[in-house]
Design a protein around this ligand. Structure first.
Ligand code: NAD
Length: 260
């Protein structure tokens, strides 16, 4: 079913939208005509995004802070006049280390941002999505939440929790025509993966190039995923094309079936 005005009616919130994958999603929805608000902890990238995308709403907000999440959702929904889409994108890599070497603070911070943040945002957004009589929540997980992921246990466990949260939400919100799906990207090209490979290479005592080759060994297509391709999947899920899709974990990874 084609609906040429669909995107111009949409009001969307994207967390951690000032750079990386979140900015690509915000840019794609903005280009399609949606009203978009993003939050981030980094002020300068927020200002740069606002300058690049006229009409974009921005606010500093750490998703690990429940009061800040409530404020952000309240301000964005008031400015846009409602809410149709929540993209729970914020997530940090956490430490790259063996379990016995991980501090309580590092473990806890990874869960506070990756899991608590998605809960706080969903909790604040749900009344607005219900008022709109339907909508879509996309929860950014990772293939790390589906397979064993040695030396990244806080990240892997947190992303498994995101998948479980998305599944529970999809059942709770289905009767309200609110769809909830998790996306599981694999190795995504960009700054973050460069940082992650640098950390993991150091932990293993190997070169960056060796680490990259190991990561792509498990990818059947031997390719990284472009952030724009993830934005395309988010758009597909939130648009009428995704109308009957809920409670799913969609991998976008070039065929990544295990991790090393
Ligand atoms: P990134 O590291 O490039 O960071 C993007 C933005 O997140 C930055 O602007 C940063 O300031 C912001 N941010 C960090 N902590 C925040 C917080 N507490 N509150 C609000 N904003 C915060 O991230 P990315 O690579 O774009 O990843 C986005 C999402 O995709 C994450 O959930 C990540 O786990 C997931 N993911 C990424 C990859 C990858 O290879 N890049 C793979 C799988 C899943």
């Amino acid at each position: 079913m084609t609906d040429p005005d669909f995107w111009s009616r949409q009001k969307a919130i994207i967390t951690a939208g000032a750079s990386g994958i979140g900015l690509k999603i915000a840019s794609a929805m903005h280009a399609a005509g949606a009203k978009v608000w993003i939050c981030d902890i980094a002020e300068r990238p927020l200002a740069e995004a606002a300058a690049a995308l006229p009409g974009l709403g921005t606010m500093v907000c750490d998703v690990a802070d429940p009061a800040a999440c409530n404020d952000f959702v309240a301000r964005a929904t008031e400015a846009m006049g409602g809410l149709d889409i929540l993209v729970n994108n914020a997530g940090i890599a956490g430490p790259a280390a063996a379990v016995q070497d991980i501090s309580t603070a590092d473990w806890t911070r990874c869960f506070e941002v990756n899991v608590n943040g998605q809960f706080f945002m969903a909790r604040a957004a749900i009344p607005h999505l219900k008022a709109a009589k339907g909508g879509s929540i996309v929860c950014m997980a990772s293939v790390a939440g589906k397979y064993a992921f040695p030396l990244r246990s806080p990240y892997a466990a947190s992303k498994a929790a995101v998948i479980s949260l998305a599944r529970a939400l999809s059942v709770e919100l289905g009767p309200d025509q609110i769809r909830v799906n998790a996306i599981a990207p694999g190795v995504v090209a960009g700054d973050r993966i460069r940082r992650v490979f640098t950390d993991r290479a150091a932990t293993r005592g190997i070169s960056y190039e060796e680490m990259e080759a190991i990561a792509l060994r498990a990818v059947s297509m031997k390719t990284m995923v472009e952030p724009e391709e993830i934005a395309g999947l988010v758009m597909f899920l939130c648009a009428p094309s995704g109308r009957p899709i809920s409670g799913q974990v969609m991998s976008i990874c070039g065929g990544l079936e295990y991790t090393e």
